[in-house]
Design a protein around this ligand. Structure first.
Ligand SMILES: C[S@@+](CC[C@H](N)C(=O)[O-])C[C@H]1O[C@@H](n2cnc3c(N)ncnc32)[C@H](O)[C@@H]1O
Length: 322
């Protein structure tokens, strides 16, 4: 393996036109929305890391424990020279568990929209794994993946932890798994973390913690619009709300307008009534059987699943026919 710094450098500025388009379109809808991939600017990524350490937020520590316990099993059978492709890599902290267990990788390819998260992860990984080639890709994991020619023919192991799949409706999640199948190729494996359905109280408090960190994370979307688009959101005029939508099996996060108010973004004015919400995130929860059905419908074969003793979280292995 060669020692090489990631080919990735930069800041979050590339996202600005896409963010502007998304904010204007989202605030024009009947049910106002802001898409969740824009949570992760530098401040949002920092707040997300703080969320992962909260007592109420069981997903990160549970998934980390599952990965730690089963890393040798998960790594077994990975062909020598393979590349590890992580979709929505964020801090790449969980990745280190797999990287320690995987021997003879050609490269690690983190894919994320957040350039600041990629840069921080790259700096740390280069220190912890000096022989590992890290080829960061700043971009949307819903798009095709182009790799340098010397990496393009290598077998690929996909990694999609963090239950990021839950941010998509089941139909869009199935489409995303089809995109991953195309990007990983025949015979590939995908290791994917999926949060499990459980009692409502536990779910809601994970997304509405006592210290208000998730509220700050949600409100950062409005602060980001003020910073990057010159919008004039009065941050104190909005509150955070997390609800469990039982019929759709998902936690929804909203920003709630406390009063009648109007906000200007890029010269356009948007009116809010008292109690009106901006829907910012969905986090779908699955049973193991329900997730198997979703993956099969997307052309993957679910082969193994690892869970914790309390059935809070699941890590699945999916394979594509060679
Ligand atoms: C919930 S965090 C998970 C981070 C990390 N994988 C973990 O498990 O701790 C989701 C990550 O996905 C990234 N992300 C969200 N939507 C994305 C998209 N459409 N394309 C690329 N990255 C995306 C975010 O920037 C963020 O770093």
């Amino acid at each position: 393996m060669t020692h090489e710094h990631s080919e990735f450098y930069g800041n979050d500025s590339k996202a600005a036109p896409a963010f502007a388009t998304a904010v204007l379109a989202g605030l024009s809808k009947q049910q106002k929305t802001l898409p969740c991939e824009f949570f992760y600017d530098a401040r949002g990524s920092e707040l997300f890391e703080a969320i992962t350490a909260l007592p109420e937020y069981y997903p990160t520590r549970t998934e980390t424990a599952i990965l730690t316990q089963y890393a040798p099993e998960i790594a077994a059978g990975t062909p020598p020279g393979a590349i590890l492709v992580e979709f929505g890599s964020g801090s790449s902290v969980k990745t280190e568990i797999l990287l320690r267990a995987l021997k003879g990788l050609s490269a690690y390819v983190p894919v994320d929209v957040s350039s600041s998260a990629l840069a921080l992860a790259r700096d740390r990984l280069i220190r912890h794994f000096p022989d590992l080639r890290v080829h960061g890709v700043e971009g949307d994991f819903r798009a095709g993946l182009t790799l340098p020619v010397e990496l393009s023919g290598k077998p690929r192991l996909g990694f999609f932890p963090g239950s990021t799949i839950g941010n998509f409706t089941p139909i869009k999640a199935a489409r995303l798994l089809q995109v991953f199948a195309r990007n990983l190729g025949h015979g590939a494996r995908l290791i994917i973390g999926v949060d499990l359905l459980k009692d409502e109280g536990r779910l809601v408090s994970a997304y509405d913690d006592a210290a208000g960190v998730t509220a700050a994370f949600n409100l950062n979307l409005l602060e980001r619009a003020n910073r990057e688009l010159g919008a004039d959101f009065d941050i104190a005029g909005f509150g955070h709300k997390a609800i469990f939508n039982r019929s759709l099996g998902r936690i929804e996060m909203h920003l709630v307008s406390r009063t009648r108010q109007s906000v200007t973004v890029l010269g356009r004015s948007f009116a809010f009534g008292p109690g009106e919400t901006i829907h910012t995130e969905n986090s779908h929860k699955y049973t193991v059987a329900g997730f198997y059905n979703l993956t099969r419908g997307a052309g993957w074969i679910p082969t193994r699943v690892w869970t914790d003793a309390d059935d809070l979280f699941s890590v699945h292995e999916l394979v594509l026919k060679a």
